[in-house]
Design a protein around this ligand. Structure first.
Ligand code: ADP
Length: 440
């Protein structure tokens, strides 16, 4: 009986009781004491009934509120269930679908109402069904299966890769009752994984090709160096007074052979150094030496080059302690590269070499020129191998585009760093920071 009916029933009883009361007291004779007592009992019982009725009504209201809250909650869960990103299904132990969310229906491209009652195996391609059944039979002894990767199909038999997790729901006796399925479409992930694998393979092939290239460069330059040295040596010998019976014209030809051979040899040396550095096979020969002396000697050696272009060559060495530990030949190579670039790319003005101590343990070596400068956009490329800013200009100036790349790699090998500041038309400053003591 609901609270409303109960209240109606109480009212009827109440009415009957008050009629009884009226009847009992309206007659001329006073009601007997037994009747009076009974009537009082009845009135008290009626009042208690009223209280009970009130309580019942209150409970009923509370029940209603609780039911409404429950309904809201149920709807919320239904929505969560339906709009979850993964497909959720509940099947009986035969694999017949009892419940499925919207995502499941969308995944299998079938309306939710047709999904219910269907066997899940319908959505497994035929060639996979045996494996599927086998796995299902194992489920009786397992509590759950995680991320089982399998092919599934839509109603129109369009296959897709899926990852399935299954949990067993058991009855009170512990026997499997239902299975809860979470199905995730992983076709996109599989596709990306495949692409990554292809890229990794390509990467390996590229690395292999780069290794081969380095090996080839190293071998070729090594092989070329010996005959070049022979050509250079014998041509220089030809100009010695005891062999020199040449006419001025023939002498000039020999000089040209020498210059070209020197140029080629420098190129070969660059390629050899570069390939060794790239393959990580160049080792520094560390020794203690006087950096101030080295910088002065190298700058003097290049003096004539600057003179040919009417450039002033300044040198400022401010070192409290000029002794460093490094590979003297490689530091010389860095300096020669930066200085000859400074001279090469400057038509008017000067080139300045500065050496200072940044801290007790770090030395900076900078080469500043008043030359053509480098555009901001080109600055990031100049340390890359074979990069030359302006092909037309560099044709005019000669060079391979390997110099700065070698310098950069050498400086890194020494645990140092190189930076460049430049302004088009105003000049450039290359600054190298090196540790005073280079560790092995
Ligand atoms: P290159 O053999 O061409 O000199 P580098 O690696 O030494 O090769 O230099 C790469 C490019 O950087 C040069 O071709 C030039 O365009 C630019 N560059 C290097 N040093 C300077 C400089 N001091 N002033 C202007 N441009 C420079």
């Amino acid at each position: 009986m609901n609270a409303y009916k109960f209240a109606q029933q109480v009212d009827i009883v109440h009415q009957r009781a008050s009629e009884l009361n009226t009847q009992a007291y309206s007659s001329s004779e006073a009601p007997s004491p037994l009747l009076q007592e009974s009537l009082e009992e009845l009135n008290t019982a009626l009042e208690e009934l009223h209280v009970a009725e009130e309580e019942l009504r209150q409970q009923n209201e509370e029940l209603l509120i609780a039911r409404q809250a429950l309904e809201i909650e149920r709807k919320r869960y239904q929505e969560l269930f339906d709009f979850a990103p993964d497909a959720y299904l509940v099947t009986d132990i035969e694999g017949k679908i009892i419940e499925a969310n919207l995502t499941a229906a969308n995944l299998f491209k079938i309306s939710p109402k047709f999904l219910r009652g269907k066997l899940l195996i319908n959505f497994i391609p035929e060639n996979q069904r045996r494996a599927f059944r086998c796995k299902l039979s194992q489920l009786h002894n397992l509590e759950q299966i995680q991320d089982w990767e399998i092919q599934m199909q839509t109603r129109e038999r369009l296959c897709f890769d899926a990852a399935i997790s299954i949990a067993t729901i058991r009855d009170e006796l512990g026997n499997p009752k239902e299975w809860r399925w979470l199905v995730r479409d992983i076709s996109l992930r599989k596709h990306i994984e495949q692409q990554i694998r292809a890229m990794q393979l390509q990467n390996l092939q590229l690395q292999e090709a780069a290794k081969l290239k380095s090996h080839f460069l190293a071998m070729m330059s090594h092989e070329l160096r010996t005959p070049m040295n022979v050509i250079l040596g014998f041509s220089q010998l030809l100009l010695r007074p005891q062999y020199n019976h040449f006419s001025p014209q023939a002498r000039s030809m020999v000089e040209r052979i020498i210059n070209s051979a020197k140029h080629l040899l420098a190129l070969i040396e660059d390629i050899l150094d570069f390939s060794k550095l790239e393959a990580g096979r160049l080792e520094l020969k560390l020794e203690e030496f006087n950096l101030a002396e080295l910088v002065t000697t190298v700058t003097e050696e290049l003096h004539c080059l600057a003179e040919q272009k009417n450039l002033t060559l300044h040198i400022h060495v401010q070192l409290q302690d000029p002794i460093v530990i490094n590979d003297i030949n490689r530091v010389r190579q860095i300096l020669i590269n930066l200085l000859s670039n400074g001279i090469k790319f400057t038509e008017v003005g000067s080139v300045t070499v500065e050496v200072q101590e940044l801290t007790k343990d770090i030395i900076t070596l900078s080469v500043r020129d008043t030359g053509i400068g480098i555009a901001e956009a080109d600055l990031q490329h100049i340390f890359q191998e074979f990069r030359q800013v302006d092909q037309f200009l560099t044709r005019k100036h000669n060079g391979t585009g390997l110099g700065l790349s070698i310098v950069d790699k050498l400086v890194r090998l020494m645990n140092g760093a190189i930076t460049v500041k430049s302004q088009l038309g105003e000049g450039s400053t290359f600054c190298v920071q090196l540790p005073r003591v280079v560790a092995n």
